[in-house]
Design a protein around this ligand. Structure first.
Ligand SMILES: *Cc1c(COP(=O)(O)O)cnc(C)c1O
Length: 417
């Protein structure tokens, strides 16, 4: 029997010998309060979700009001104002005719729905054999079966489950003439088996915070169009201001056929995701045949509490200068982290919007790094060979200085060790 003092099974954690997790009891602003009274400045906004900081009163009030009226009701056969309003607002904010919103409850499932949408679109059109997806190396799209199948093929989880996963087609992002030609060739070679292309615009997040320019995204969109394939943008990480614009695709002037949102959608309060399709995609399901309907429907889809929180979060984006705040954070991160690039053992320092990344030459001792940061009152989650900051867009100047200084201090310590 394993010696184990909790009933909880933790994410991505070898339970044997795992250091006990810190116990959080309260949150406020950009701070997490621990059971022992210590307070940590959160450098990653709770896995990229809490863009307005924690416990924002406007979101809390919306949640309280909605919990009194109707915390949940099934969505099959019923509708409600929070979902209708949120879908209309997302359609208005997103570019082009991305007007048809399907709600789910996690990013992975939003990606599953996007992939199923693309595959079923071809079935509905009477075209057989288009069941594969073209995805990019170093990408990350989630932990469920279809989503895992489009994650980087060499990454640990994908490799481990390889035999269980649908075989997809992988390419390098088209960053130059050679990789653009290779992508074009792969699209020509696999054209008749492909249902769609999926990509994270501007930043591949969980795959290593790798950034690419708007011209790379524009190349992907151009090639998708040339080969007649729907383009799926996974904006689950990049959406809602993280890259300095409300959506990353705006920076490339690209309107995808299908777009996935989650993470910051409810301002970090409740689980909610959306898969948004252009009218041409939606029209592919519009039919007298019931079997042509989109075949998906999670029990808790469009949960009214989550929709109310998301509407409140959109109010804050409308009322408060979040995008300016994101760009100001980016400047501070660039100025504060930039000099670390000259240290031995550091491969690269890069920033975009409110994202700052320090990449080591080789994977550092992550556990030691985390301990050193917690000792300095900082909460981050370094992974692989990177240490990164993605703070709340509302973070105060003092807390942001604290993050930059503590990251600088531990990176200097690691470099001189
Ligand atoms: C986090 C993430 C997902 C998965 O979302 P979950 O809510 O964890 O299922 C998918 N794609 C991207 C780009 C993400 O960052």
């Amino acid at each position: 029997m394993p010696a184990h003092d909790t009933h909880l099974w933790r994410p991505y954690t070898q339970m044997k010998g795992a250091a006990p997790p810190l116990e959080a009891v309260r949150t406020h602003g950009s701070r997490i309060v621990l059971a022992d009274g210590r307070e940590l400045v959160d450098g990653i906004a709770s896995w990229w979700t809490a863009v307005h900081g924690y416990n924002h009163p406007h979101i809390r009030e919306a949640l309280v009001a909605q919990s009194e009226a109707m915390p949940h009701v099934m969505f099959g056969g019923l509708t409600h104002a929070p979902a209708e309003r949120l879908a209309a607002r997302l359609a208005a904010l997103l570019p082009g005719d991305l007007d048809h919103v399907f709600f789910t409850d996690s990013g992975s499932v939003a990606v599953e729905v996007a992939l199923k949408m693309a595959v079923q679109l071809w079935i509905n059109r009477g075209v057989a054999g288009r069941t594969r997806i073209l995805a990019f190396r170093e990408g990350y799209h989630g932990d469920t079966l279809g989503a895992m199948s489009v994650c980087d093929p060499e990454e640990g989880m994908h490799r481990r489950f390889g035999a269980y996963l649908p075989a997809q087609v992988f390419c390098d992002l088209p960053r130059d003439a050679g990789t653009t030609a290779a992508l074009d060739a792969a699209l020509a070679r696999h054209g008749r088996e492909l249902a769609a292309i999926i990509v994270e615009p501007l930043v591949q997040g969980a795959g290593g915070m790798r950034m690419h320019g708007p011209e790379t995204l524009a190349s992907v969109a151009r090639l998708a169009r040339r080969h007649g394939l729907p383009l799926i943008l996974d904006e689950i990480f990049t959406g809602f201001g993280r890259t300095g614009t409300l959506f990353a695709c705006e920076q490339a002037g690209v309107t995808p056929d299908i777009l996935c949102l989650s993470k910051a959608l409810t301002g970090g309060t409740l689980a909610l995701a959306a898969t948004v399709a252009r009218t041409e995609i939606f029209a592919g399901f519009w039919s007298d045949d019931p079997a042509a309907a989109l075949m998906h429907g999670p029990t808790f889809m469009a949960n009214p509490l989550a929709c109310a929180a998301a509407n409140a979060s959109l109010d804050l984006f409308a009322r408060e200068p979040r995008l300016e705040q994101a760009r100001a954070i980016g400047k501070r991160l660039a100025a504060g982290l930039g000099p670390l690039a000259r240290l031995p053992g550091i491969r690269d320092v890069r920033t975009l919007g409110a994202i700052g990344v320090v990449q080591f030459e080789s994977p550092p001792d992550l556990a030691a790094l985390k301990r050193a940061l917690v000792a300095r009152g900082t909460w981050v989650r370094p992974f692989g060979d990177i240490l990164y900051l993605t703070p709340a867009l509302t973070i105060g100047a003092g807390d942001l200085d604290h993050l930059v200084e503590s990251v600088g201090a531990v990176v200097r310590e690691a470099a001189s060790a």
